[in-house]
Ligand binder design. Structure first.
Ligand code: HPA
Length: 275
């Protein structure tokens, strides 16, 4: 289990300082599978492998090592987590706790989480982008289980910040890119959902399903961060088509969608906060 004890947190911050990575930051990003190319937009980038930072997950996305990247985008100071660990890899819902806790002592920047997700509705097409408005956590898991402090009773009534969401939408409009909206339902994975589970997700009000993000949102709220999240829709969920679910998103889908997401993120960072 990832430890967020004070010594480990400050140790992680010192290691980053030794590499030249220092807060405060204006924005933080967590990059999901296939979305790493946004790092090319960072000016004056300093890259630190997760393996060098105490308490960080030792794995990255799909065989690539995870890395922290700091620098400037649109004149703003950004800290990027390129790669996340998932519950299904570690057995711990707190697996991203330390990287998120670290943001709490690096200026509390708002965090934008990105992921690849499956669509539960035919109107949300494969290859499109979808801003997450809310989530459903029916997993029985919670990264705050075992947290002994009063702050564990986190308000989730506006977990996905309205002003950040509006800002993402305006950035998408300015870039001429369609940005859908939807509720994301978390499944632990690593097996994909059954068709019956997807029918349930649809009935319960989900538009998207995926294996990440939800524990990170809960942790980020616990650490007092404002949160927004965008999914790249990489497949229709189980039972939609006569095609088996497959891990590893095809480049045909992610490359154009990731390019759109990259433009939205730049516009989002450049814009002031919406009222
Ligand atoms: N289910 C869960 N996670 C996913 C899917 C899916 O259909 N597609 C991409 N990530």
């Amino acid at each position: 289990m990832t430890d967020t004890s004070q010594p480990l947190l400050y140790q992680a911050r010192s290691v980053l300082e030794e590499w030249g990575v220092m807060g405060p930051f204006d924005h933080a990003l967590v990059l999901g599978t296939g979305l790493g190319n946004i790092i090319e937009d960072v000016e004056g980038a300093i890259q630190v492998p997760y393996a060098a930072i105490p308490g960080f997950p030792d794995n990255g996305p799909a065989g690539q090592p995870g890395q922290v990247v700091s620098g400037y985008m649109e004149g703003k100071r950004v800290l990027i987590y390129g790669g996340r660990a998932h519950y299904y890899e570690t057995g711990h819902a707190r697996t991203m706790a330390l990287p998120l806790a670290l943001l709490g002592i690096l200026g509390k920047p708002p965090v934008l989480l990105t992921n690849a997700a499956g669509s539960v509705k035919s109107t949300i097409r494969v290859g499109s982008l979808c801003v997450i408005t809310d989530h459903i956590n029916f997993s029985g898991l919670n990264p705050l289980i075992g947290d002994r402090e009063e702050g564990r009773f986190v308000d989730m009534s506006d977990a996905y910040d309205n002003r950040l969401r509006r800002r993402l939408k305006l950035a998408a409009i300015a870039a001429g890119i369609t940005l859908n909206e939807g509720v994301y339902m978390w499944f632990s994975g690593p097996s994909f959902e059954t068709p019956a589970e997807i029918r349930m997700a649809r009935t319960l009000g989900a538009e998207l399903v995926g294996m990440s993000t939800v524990p990170e949102v809960i942790l980020a709220r616990r650490f007092g961060l404002r949160v927004s999240a965008i999914s790249v829709v990489t497949s229709y969920a189980s039972g939609f088509e006569d095609v088996p679910q497959q891990h590893g998103v095809t480049k045909d889908i992610t490359i154009p969608a990731a390019a759109g997401l990259r433009r939205i993120i730049r516009g989002f960072i450049a814009r002031p906060d919406e009222i």
